[in-house]
Ligand binder design. Sequence first.
Ligand SMILES: NC(=O)c1ccc[n+]([C@@H]2O[C@H](COP(=O)([O-])OP(=O)(O)OC[C@H]3O[C@@H](n4cnc5c(N)ncnc54)[C@H](OP(=O)(O)O)[C@@H]3O)[C@@H](O)[C@H]2O)c1
Length: 331
Amino acid sequence: MSEYRADERRYEMIGYRRTGRSGLRLPLVSLGLWHNFGGVDVYENGRAMVRRAFDLGITHFDLANNYGPPPGSAEENFGRLLARDLKPYRDELIISTKAGYLMWPGPYGEWGSRKYLIASLDQSLKRMGLDYVDIFYSHRPDPDTPFEETMSALDYAVRSGRALYVGLSNYSAEQTRAAVRILKDLGTPCLIHQPRYNLFDRWVEGGLLDVLDDEGIGAIPFSPLAQGLLTNRYLNGIPADSRAASDTSPFLSARDVDATLVKVRRLNEIAHARGQNLSQMAVNWLLRLPTITSVLIGASKVSQIEDIVGGLSNAQFSARELADIEHVLTM
Ligand SMILES: NC(=O)c1ccc[n+]([C@@H]2O[C@H](COP(=O)([O-])OP(=O)(O)OC[C@H]3O[C@@H](n4cnc5c(N)ncnc54)[C@H](OP(=O)(O)O)[C@@H]3O)[C@@H](O)[C@H]2O)c1
């Protein structure tokens, strides 16, 4: 039996925003389990992060079929800690998963066919020990499968009781508009879009955010800290326990750290002048936009989650601060 009792004051710790024009509210910050929750990671550390996050009012946990490594192991670990700690709180949780990237060999193990999406969702539910997920995403657009097929699989996921809502991830503005129209016709509106968006990667400003505004869809940006670059993590070198130093994480390298360090130092100064640290400013810079429902962070330590939630008090930026940030980004 679990000894965990959630903090009774958890809903006083963080704000919540409505997801687009839907009825669902999400916390200003959500926790993603892409890194640090896999089979190669320390289970008790991941467990402590999820428990602390929930105690801080973070109700939304984001997964995908392939999170690990090995693929699937983040969902397995999350299932374990759900069973041990969070089961009594299931109705207070928004759990998402996705399918789109490679999960098993052969022609049905990735992309956007109905065959893959439904089989993958069934596997995810089994790994997590859940009857349903709250949000099921198409993780990436499939250039070879008609959107009608991918969207009808999302619609079926909801109608068959496997998911409550559906979302899109990594779809361009045009692809989103097309997919959203199909979902609307099917009667399963798109709830949310999950794009990469941070101070260093602003592609969504070229049309996607406008589509989401028009359609009343929420946005939950991933990698808001550019995987740790937009923090104080690398100001004095590459710590041995950081993502850039990790063998199991090929997505962030020492070269990325070197390439951004000058800008990071300048942004860090702007953050300090605002009374925030850089990670706090990076999250608030996203939250200044009403289209952003929740900012989807990753973490390797409980203290990082506390740091971000503790810095949510100021999402107002003066024109001068925004201009200073633009100046650094275009240096
Ligand atoms: N839909 C998609 O295609 C997609 C793709 C990528 C991610 N995602 C989702 O987005 C989530 C977040 O992505 P991400 O992990 O790249 O996000 P991120 O928030 O940009 O980076 C997280 C990393 O930043 C560092 N960090 C976090 N808080 C910090 C703090 N307060 N101070 C100093 N360093 C801090 C940690 O690095 P260290 O580990 O070095 O300590 C942490 O692992 C994922 O878990 C996943 O759910 C989705």
